[in-house]
Design a protein around this ligand. Structure first.
Ligand code: UD1
Length: 417
């Protein structure tokens, strides 16, 4: 298993580039199943999760090519309905094929996703919404089996804001007869870009970027070309690298409007920021101010940046409080950061982070995607050498993170083992 060896406390400055958004590409790839023919996606990075989704779509009968940053998905011959355990257990986002398969092939069998390192993650909202559209759902032998000759429009209220359930329901509802209304729908930019794709394909979805989405059912969708939005979480991760450095770091190819809540916290911490259409320049203060943070659905602070911002708080001159309301168990990084001599106490879903003057390099273990990004950031400011093992987690969602961070002055070596 590969690991990163990180030489800490090096000066950072310069420009770092953001890739296309993993969490926008995954549902868009699944949505391509709805349009027989070849769709083309641009700005698609090389990530393990996207390889897993490609594998799954091939199992369903699609043909996928990924050259450079362009991916083509030919969904003409999609005819298989089963998403097997081996793939779904590798990546929960495999659940995204449920809606499109049900809509196009009238039936789907998708392995029931289990929990994961960030806690139990149910799919009840997905299933309840598909049932409301008229699907018959049974769960047997670890599989979700959904069937419907003709889905029918309905009013669906989500008890909780859910990115996955909103997108899955949208994809199922595009062919439903009549009108579907989704209330308390998620507003994350990744939902937005899925709607962009579906509307380009010929769907009729209105209410974009609000919590009420209206879908008028159509009979067919057509393949299209689309450029994927930049990854706001990768951008936010690089912004923390910049915030931990007093020299300016420019994060390029990002959309600042997707990062408003994160930028707000950086300002509170004392960072200097400059934003343009597709870049953010950040310079950290000499003394970081403590800040309090609570994760919330978009446009609130993203849970996917909680761990990275904790690294910044761990260096602040005072005490910060960090609460995760989306995934209350998403704190596996706390024990690892404390191995680097951070001073963080955890009570349920609230971390009390007492700032320290320095981290001390040590061996730590990546536990999930965003926690591992936080450990890399921490290693970059720790005295001496930090080794982060199990970095396959990070390769799931960051394209060559070590090369990108090294380009602004970090010294991170990938060691094969
Ligand atoms: C997506 C992102 C993930 C991010 C999360 C929240 C992808 C591939 N993953 O995950 O990186 O951290 O949004 O922004 O895009 N819930 C239920 N029942 C359900 C579905 C969700 O109770 O059926 C709960 C979850 O446990 C969680 C909350 O709703 O507490 C939000 O989860 P959701 O937005 O669905 O996250 P994902 O789509 O799985």
């Amino acid at each position: 298993m590969d690991s990163f060896k990180i030489e800490g406390t090096r000066k950072l400055s310069g420009t770092i580039y953001v890739s296309g958004a993993k969490n926008a590409i995954l549902p868009v790839m699944a949505a391509c199943l709805l349009a027989p023919g070849k769709s083309i996606l641009r700005n698609v990075p090389n990530l393990i999760d996207l390889k897993t989704m490609s594998h799954l779509l091939r199992v369903l009968g699609a043909r996928i090519e990924h050259n450079g940053s362009t991916m083509s998905i030919d969904a003409k011959d999609v005819c298989f309905i089963e998403a097997p355990y081996e793939l779904v257990s590798k990546m929960r986002a495999s659940i995204y094929v449920l809606g499109p398969l049900l809509a196009r092939l009238k039936e789907a069998r998708v392995s029931f996703p289990g929990g994961c390192a960030i806690g139990t993650r149910p799919v009840d909202l997905h299933l309840k919404a598909l049932e409301a559209l008229g699907a018959e759902i049974t769960i047997e032998h670890g599989y979700i089996h959904a069937k419907a000759q003709q889905l029918k429009g309905a009013d669906i209220y989500f008890e909780k804001s859910s990115v996955g359930a909103t997108i899955n329901t949208l994809m199922a509802a595009v062919f439903a007869k009549g009108t579907t209304r989704l209330l308390n729908a998620a507003m994350e930019p990744e939902v937005d870009s899925t709607i962009d794709l579906l509307n380009k394909m010929g769907a009729k979805i209105s209410g974009q970027a609000t919590t009420t989405l209206t879908i008028e059912g159509v009979d067919d969708l057509f393949p299209v070309e689309m450029t994927m939005i930049p990854d706001r979480i990768e951008a936010g991760t690089f912004l923390i690298a910049g915030a931990l450095s007093t020299d300016p770091v420019t994060v390029k190819n990002c959309l600042p409007e997707h990062l408003t809540s994160a930028l707000d916290k950086l300002r509170e911490a004392g960072c200097e920021l400059e934003t343009g259409e597709d870049f953010i320049t950040v310079a950290g203060p000499k003394i970081i101010k403590p800040f309090n943070l609570r994760t919330l659905p978009y446009p609130g602070f993203p849970t996917d940046l909680q761990a990275q911002f904790m690294v910044l708080a761990a260096f602040a001159d005072g005490v910060s409080f960090i609460e995760d309301t989306i995934f209350p168990d998403r704190f596996m990084h706390v024990a690892e950061l404390n191995r680097l001599q951070a001073d963080i106490r955890l009570e349920r879903n609230l971390a009390t982070v007492k700032g320290v003057k320095a981290f001390s390099g040590a061996e730590v273990m990546a536990t999930d995607l965003r926690a591992s990004a936080a450990l890399v950031l921490a290693g970059m400011v720790a005295d001496g050498i930090t080794t982060v093992s199990r970095i396959y987690h990070i390769d799931r969602g960051y394209d060559r993170i070590e090369e990108k961070l090294n380009s602004i002055g970090a010294k991170i070596t990938r060691e094969n083992g």
